[in-house]
Design a protein around this ligand. Structure first.
Ligand code: GDP
Ligand code: MN
Length: 392
């Protein structure tokens, strides 16, 4: 689950990291009032930032400086409702503008291959990390946190020096360790700060420089959401793919892919095997869908609706190995969904195991154009062939 910048910043701020103050507005008037509060507090300018779950808001015109309340209101009015990469901006963040001395990149990511949290830094920020990784991979500093001991103090110092932050050592090491702590404590799989900045501020004895987290991106591990009662409230249903929302409500594991063969399978392992076989037969799966064990007919019907909601689906392959899941329940769900569907797509069904005979009878009696297959190979071949015919 991706978090908005303001939610990400609240987590980082709770962890004691230097996040500048911010407010969130849904109307230009509200943004104006927040700007007034900051400007009256002695801030020279504010930044108005679109809150959408995509990167590159700055380039898209979603991050703007305002020097007065009027300007903040005008800018907020322009950004609210703006379309950024297909997403409508519904909220803006208002935050004091920082005087940036230097921008850096720092992120904690899950390194699955090494089974560790990886802290990645780059002394040159502002650039997208993907671009940097391609053009100048050596510019990225990598430090792996120890699985039990976490990020060791020497590792944090190593990163701080590599980023040229010797003069800000205490703050820099605290930030390094803080990102890893948030990663672990919140069960995140990404905690990214881009830019982490050296900012200049007026102190009692003249200008002082310190570090500040000017942008933040956090994605949470969906499987761990139940361990954090407060996290679900941070979900933004407006920006979530409706198919994902429907799948979650129905208790289905569903991941949309690029192909044209919709797959409905029980069990994650069997679902992956089915996708492999589709690929081997020359087809491309349109999704991963695990209806789970013991799925009843209504869940099957919902799965069918989900698959059909993807306009690129040209054929559907149902592969059920009846154990706890009963073949007849699945067959009933398929027939029910078939009767309700608004779009007709070839359907190939292979059901074996518990109540497979009954399932076959139900599908047969329903008549229509449901193709039943005896073996998985046969089912896959038929589905791929039928999808190909539709394309032709
Ligand atoms: P992103 O484009 O979605 O990653 O949004 P960011 O929050 O990273 O903002 C983009 C850029 O705007 C940053 O890299 C900064 O250069 C600039 N920016 C953001 N906040 C401030 C600020 O407080 N002061 C100044 N001067 N620039 C800022
Ligand atoms: Mn950024």
């Amino acid at each position: 689950m991706k978090l908005h910048e303001y939610h990400a910043k609240s987590l980082l701020s709770h962890a004691g990291l230097p996040v500048p103050p911010y407010a969130v507005a849904t109307t230009p008037a509200e943004a104006r009032a927040q700007a007034v509060a900051f400007l009256d507090g002695g801030v020279g300018a504010v930044v108005v930032k679109a809150q959408v779950l995509v990167g590159g808001r700055g380039k898209a015109g979603g991050v703007k400086l305002a020097h007065s309340a009027d300007e903040a209101e005008t800018i907020a009015a322009a950004i609210l409702g703006m379309d950024i990469k297909g997403i409508t901006v519904r909220r803006v963040m208002v935050t004091p503008a920082a005087t940036i001395v230097r921008e850096m990149y720092l992120a904690a990511v899950l390194d699955r291959a090494n089974q560790r949290i990886l802290l990645m830094g780059a002394a040159e920020g502002g650039v997208e990390i993907e671009t940097l990784a391609e053009e100048d991979p050596d510019a990225i500093v990598r430090v792996h946190a120890h699985p039990q001991l976490g990020l060791q103090p020497f590792q944090a110092r190593q990163m701080a020096f590599a980023l040229g932050l010797g003069e800000h050592l205490a703050q820099a090491t605290a930030i390094c360790r803080g990102l890893v702590d948030v990663m672990v404590g919140e069960d995140a799989d990404l905690v990214e700060v881009n830019p982490l900045a050296i900012v200049r501020e007026d102190g009692p004895d003249g200008p002082v420089e310190r570090l500040a987290l000017l942008d933040a991106k956090v994605t949470l591990d969906d499987s761990a959401l139940r361990r954090h009662p407060g996290h679900e409230a941070m979900r933004d249903l407006d920006e979530e793919d409706p198919a994902d929302t429907a799948a979650r409500a129905a208790g289905l594991s569903f991941i949309r892919l690029d192909g044209d063969i919709g797959c409905m399978v029980n069990g994650a392992g069997l679902a992956m095997t089915t996708m492999d076989l589709v690929k081997r037969a020359g087809g491309e799966p349109a999704n991963f869908l695990d209806i789970g064990g013991g799925a009843r007919s209504d869940k099957v019907a919902e799965a069918m609706r989900l698959i059909l909601s993807d306009p690129s689906v040209k054929a559907i392959l149902v592969n059920i190995f009846g154990g706890i899941a009963r073949g007849d329940e699945v067959a009933r769900g398929l027939v029910e969904a078939r009767a309700q569907q608004t779009r007709s797509v070839p359907l190939v069904v292979r059901i074996v195991g518990t109540n497979a005979d009954l399932a076959a009878r139900i599908l047969h009696e329903a008549g229509g154009d449901i193709v039943t297959a005896r073996t998985l190979d046969e089912a896959v071949e038929r589905a791929v062939a039928l999808a190909g015919q539709v394309a032709a």
